[in-house]
Design a protein around this ligand. Structure first.
Ligand code: GLA
Length: 729
């Protein structure tokens, strides 16, 4: 299907707007009371929708009436829900007016169409068209609300964000400012979330949605591993390949909330945005608050279709375009091999070992700066520890360059150690409550990135190291939650802004470092995948998915992460086995490499201690990876077998023209009589014939998808299988 420009059609008679592309329609209706309602979101429909207004049941219902039309504000699918106007369910916007009043009856006063523009201070999906609605309450002219909905060609998603402006003469306070509100039709829906913790990120949890409020999120100041900023509602009967799914992912890296409220009518109010638990935001006259963007995705092809919709949108319109589809560095990282215990000699020996294997980037992790020999000191002192490295960093970089590899370096720019020169010079730069010692986590504190001078100092220090040492790659880490939402430079009534200001400051810092160094490849990390979100993807083409590199655990982590994020963004390394930190089972080196080629790949162990035959096999593994890289980075992902449901992990990457494909299978434990002996492929063209070198034969796409391929795995635990398919006709 050829992608054409998205369109916006306005039926002036019915007051219905159709925001659409060749795949989906998102329709809005201005009802006779002037309320903006989301009339429809889903597969493409004609310009002939008929608004049906639910009848208010019972005498307790509140009604709004005008010209013979009446509605219950709780039941309608308003595009923004406010309190105290008779809507008794969760609002998406709460504003406290100067006199303490909170009711806002918003009506649509104008609309306009515009090319999609960047959100002020926040990352956002780019390109396409926006439909903007201006809402006001005639009784409260001080508040203006602009809803923005955007769509791109060929994508099964729209983006929603809200701008709230104080047009009055006195300050007002926001206590909730969500990014979207969408009504899902009555039905039996399941919720799907990605929950977890450090070393166990993106675990899938699916369960039926019952009546009442289902709400997930985090108050950790970062998007976190405890709850990824994603929530899907899928039909009870939906599978990987069929059924309707509505899903939201926030382009945001801070505390967040996503909720689904099943109302007595059976309809579901789906909404979310910045977490409002501790959030308040004061708007002085003339000021505006921009919410982060929510990506709303629709699939009628089950969870697999949902994932491909997110992947396509993120790859085409969010992830830095100069990086997203080009070959990735295959890194060697010293962390699991040495932790903090290394010197220049050890690093050179490691570089000697991996040079010539096809590994093209040598990454020096934590411990190269300040006086940092363990996790208790040095963060913030972004100056080379020459004593430890045995000379200037530039010498080591030069050594690695001469070995034919690029050089990567670890930073944790958002943090400060108590034992650091930075803290001794600027004790007030720490984010902390005034009456207590700051909360420590991993022996470190968080810098107040809401402050411009803090960002300027850190950007300057990091940029200086990059410029002076010919650094090619950076791993940007962040190893703790934000515990305290208090900034020493904000007045009392603005303390509720601290977390969000931190996130805005972070994006500004990323602009100053990542965007200021276009030749450097940046990878994101937060104790593994503790800040794996769409906001980060706007800066980092790939993110370290987990500190847990044990292949068994990785099957679930990688599978879960792929629900929302494309394989190209999921960074996976081959490590030692049984893994020193997280593993108890041995996995063959070749299987570890296959599983680590699920996404952007790399290696992480002490290569000077690696068995000779394993070291020798790396070059062949990287050759395979490079051969498959285009499929991994740019192909469509199909998940065939879930490690959450059994011992198998199986996925396919299929080229957009369906002429090439790769099947990757990993079997965790081998039991006697494993019943699964073949797997049905997906995404191929049933009319085409495919050669499979590994199976030594030619098969029709129909056979491969309906009968399947034999899973001839070796007899050991942790066995992997990779098959390649190439169309011949
Ligand atoms: C985090 C990262 C690891 C490593 C350490 C260094 O845990 O996820 O990969 O960089 O920090 O301290």
């Amino acid at each position: 299907m050829k992608n054409t420009e998205p369109t916006i059609f306005f039926d002036g008679k019915e007051k219905i707007f159709y925001l659409e592309n060749e795949k989906i329609t998102c329709a809005f209706w201005i009802d006779p009371c002037g309320t903006l309602q989301t009339l429809y979101f889903g597969e493409k429909v004609g310009h002939d929708l008929i608004p049906v207004v639910p009848k208010a049941p019972g005498q307790h219902a509140v009604t709004r009436k005008k010209d013979g039309y009446s509605c219950d504000p709780s039941l309608i699918s308003a595009a923004v829900h406010t309190s105290f106007g008779g809507d008794s369910f969760e609002p998406s916007l709460s504003v406290v007016l100067p006199d303490g009043a909170r009711r806002l009856d918003l009506i649509c006063v104008s609309h306009r169409e515009a090319p999609k523009s960047r959100l002020a201070g926040l990352p956002s999906v780019s390109g396409g068209k926006s439909l903007l609605f201006e809402l006001m309450d005639p009784a409260v002219p001080a508040i203006s609300v602009t809803l923005s909905f955007s769509i791109q060609a060929g994508q099964s998603a729209v983006e929603s964000s809200v701008l709230i402006r104080n047009c009055g003469k006195e300050p007002v306070t926001l206590t909730r400012a969500y990014s979207f509100s969408l009504q899902i039709p009555a039905g039996e829906w399941d919720t799907v979330v990605l929950h977890g913790q450090h070393a166990q990120e993106c675990q899938i949890d699916r369960r039926p949605l019952s009546f009442g409020l289902f709400s997930v999120g985090t108050r950790r100041g970062i998007s976190s591993s405890s709850m990824n900023p994603f929530l899907a509602l899928c039909e009870n009967a939906a599978t990987e390949t069929s059924g309707r799914v509505y899903a939201a992912a926030l382009v945001y890296s801070g505390s967040h909330v996503l909720s689904a409220e099943k109302m007595p009518s059976g309809n579901v109010r789906f909404q979310g945005g910045v977490q409002d638990g501790e959030f308040t935001w004061k708007l002085d006259p003339g000021e505006a608050f921009q919410t982060p963007e929510a990506v709303l995705c629709f699939s009628s092809d089950g969870l697999g279709g949902m994932s491909r919709a997110f992947h396509d949108l993120f790859r085409a319109h969010l992830i830095p375009q100069r990086r997203v589809s080009s070959p990735r560095p295959v890194v060697f990282n010293n962390w699991e091999g040495t932790h903090f215990t290394f010197n220049g000699e050890k690093l050179r020996a490691m570089a000697d070992s991996v040079a010539g294997t096809g590994i093209d980037t040598f990454v020096l992790d934590d411990g190269w700066f300040g006086k940092r020999n363990d996790s208790t000191s040095g963060l913030g002192d972004w100056f080379t520890n020459e004593e430890k490295l045995g000379g200037p960093l530039s010498d080591l970089v030069e050594y690695v360059h001469q070995k034919g590899m690029k050089f990567g370096l670890w930073f944790e720019p958002e943090m400060i150690s108590r034992d650091s020169d930075l803290f001794r010079a600027h004790p007030d730069w720490v984010l902390r409550e005034p009456h207590h010692e700051p909360v420590e986590s991993r022996n470190q504190w968080v810098l107040d990135l809401g402050r411009a001078e803090v960002r300027a100092c850190i950007a300057d220090r990091v940029n200086r190291i990059l410029a002076e040492n010919r650094i090619d790659y950076v791993k940007w880490d962040m190893n703790r939650d934000l515990a305290e939402g208090y900034s020493s430079v904000l007045p009392p009534e603005r303390q509720g802004e601290t977390f969000h200001r931190y996130v805005l400051g972070l994006y500004d810092l990323l602009d100053r470092v990542v965007n200021a160094n276009p030749d450097v490849f940046f990878e994101g990390c937060s104790s593994g995948g503790c800040r794996f979100d769409a906001g980060m993807l706007a800066y980092f083409p790939q993110i370290w998915a987990s500190d847990n590199t044990d292949a068994y655990s990785r099957t679930r982590i990688q599978y879960g992460t792929s629900l929302v994020y494309p394989p190209s963004s999921i960074s996976c390394h081959v490590s030692s086995s049984p893994n020193a930190s997280y593993g108890s089972h041995f996995v063959p080196f070749a299987s570890r490499a296959s599983l680590a080629q699920f996404g952007a790949t790399g290696y992480e162990f002490d290569p000077t201690k690696l068995p000779e035959q394993d070291l020798a096999s790396i070059s062949g593994q990287i050759e395979t990876y490079r051969g498959d890289e285009d499929l991994i980075l740019n192909g469509d992902l199909y998940r065939l077998l879930s490690p959450f449901e059994g011992e198998f992990f199986a996925v396919m990457n299929v080229s957009r023209d369906r002429r090439r494909a790769r099947l990757l299978v990993f079997r965790r434990l081998r039991y006697a009589n494993v019943p699964l002996t073949r797997a049905s492929l997906q995404g191929l063209d049933p009319e085409l014939d495919y050669d499979c070198a590994e199976l030594g034969g030619r098969f029709s796409g129909a056979t491969l998808m309906r009968f399947g391929v034999p899973l001839r795995l070796s007899g050991e635990d942790g066995a992997a299988l990779v098959l390649h398919f190439r169309a011949v006709n």
